[in-house]
Write a protein that binds this ligand. Structure first.
Ligand code: AMG
Length: 205
C-alpha cells in the first residue's frame, strides 16, 4: 500500500481524484511519492505520452512512459523541487479519430510558483479540480497509442517542503546572527553584542 507513513506506524493514504478522459487503452498507475521533479510530455493533436520523474525521500525516481511513440512536440517541465510543487492540473478530452474513444487533448500544470502550458489542443470537454493547500504526488490513468485518461494522487500537505523551508530559514537566521554577533579584532565584544542583538530583534520583528 502506497502512502505517507504516520508516526503511529499507520499509513495516511493519498487522496485520489479522477480519472478524466476516455475508457480506451489499459490502466496504469505510478503510485505515490514525496513529490514531482519533472514531467515530460509528447504531444501534437492530443497528448501522446507522459513520463514523470518523482522524488522519493530525496532521491529521483523515473517512472514508466505512458502512451505511444507518436507526437511531434516534446516538453519537459522542470519543477524547482522541493520549493516548487504541483498544485493542480487541468485539460481537455475528446476523440481524436472519428468514432474513437476520448483521449486527453491538452494539459495545463500549475505549481505554487507558476503555470505550464497548455500543451496539445484545447478541444472537447474541459476538466479541472480546484485545490487548496495540497500537492500532486502521483499520476495514474489509461493509455493505448495516446494518453486516454489521467488521474492524480494528492497529499493534504506538502510536508517535506514545509520542513525544508523552515530548516532553510533557521539556517539563514543562524548564519546572519553569527556574522552579526561575532566580535571583530580589536572591537569591544560587549558593545558589539548588544547593538547587534537589537539589530537581530529588529530584523526578526
Ligand atoms: C489504441 C487503443 C485504444 C486507445 C487508443 C488511444 C489506436 O487505438 O487500441 O483503446 O487506447 O490507442 O490511446
Amino acid at each position: 500500500m502506497e502512502g505517507e507513513k504516520k508516526k503511529d506506524g499507520g499509513t495516511r493514504r493519498a487522496i485520489v481524484v479522477g480519472p478524466w478522459g476516455g475508457n480506451g487503452g489499459t490502466s496504469w498507475d505510478d503510485g505515490s511519492y514525496s513529490g514531482v521533479r519533472t514531467i515530460t510530455l509528447v504531444y501534437d493533436r492530443c497528448i501522446d505520452s507522459i513520463r514523470v520523474e518523482y522524488d522519493k525521500s530525496g532521491k529521483p525516481v523515473l517512472a514508466e512512459k505512458h502512451g505511444g511513440n507518436g507526437g511531434n512536440h516534446t516538453t519537459t517541465i522542470k519543477l524547482q523541487y522541493p520549493e516548487e510543487f504541483l498544485t493542480t492540473v487541468s485539460g481537455h478530452y475528446s476523440p481524436v479519430v472519428h468514432g474513437g474513444t476520448p483521449v486527453i487533448r491538452s494539459l495545463t500544470f500549475k505549481s505554487n510558483q507558476g503555470s505550464f502550458g497548455p500543451f496539445g489542443v484545447e478541444e472537447g470537454m474541459p476538466f479541472s479540480f480546484p485545490m487548496d493547500g495540497g500537492s500532486i504526488i502521483g499520476f495514474w490513468g489509461r493509455n493505448g497509442w495516446y494518453l486516454d485518461a489521467i488521474g492524480f494522487r494528492l497529499s493534504r500537505t506538502h510536508a517535506p517542503t514545509l520542513l525544508r523551508r523552515v530548516s532553510l530559514k533557521l539556517q539563514k537566521l543562524g548564519e546572519r546572527s553569527k556574522s552579526l554577533v561575532a566580535p571583530r579584532n580589536g572591537e569591544d565584544s560587549t558593545a558589539n553584542n548588544n547593538s547587534n542583538r537589537a539589530a537581530i530583534r529588529k530584523r526578526n520583528a
